[in-house]
Design a protein around this ligand. Structure first.
Ligand SMILES: Cc1cc2nc3c(=O)[nH]c(=O)nc-3n(C[C@H](O)[C@H](O)[C@H](O)COP(=O)(O)O)c2cc1C
Length: 68
């Protein structure tokens, strides 16, 4: 999925916070594209989501893939 190019180098930041929903245990397509293109620049990633699962079930199939 197309995303707009960034003007900043993410490596200049201590930590990057991504926020978005979880679909089928994965980042939504725009976040997947973002991570494919810019993930290598990220020093420390914090992912914030609201999703259908719970913290107790974070290791289940449809949330566990993100935790790994
Ligand atoms: C197609 C689709 C797949 C989803 N897959 C998951 C999933 O694998 N795990 C999960 O915890 N929540 C899942 N959800 C719930 C979404 O994360 C949730 O809908 C999202 O956080 C947005 O919240 P909202 O539906 O209240 O707007 C899914 C939702 C949709 C529409």
């Amino acid at each position: 999925m197309g995303i707009r190019p960034l003007k900043k180098d993410l490596g200049e930041y201590e930590r990057i916070v991504l926020c978005g929903p979880v679909w089928m245990g994965k980042f939504v397509p725009p976040l997947q594209s973002f991570m494919k293109r810019y993930g290598h620049q990220i020093n420390h990633l914090v992912f914030v989501t609201c999703c259908g699962s719970t913290f107790k079930n974070k290791d289940d199939k449809f949330l566990g893939e993100l935790a790994n």
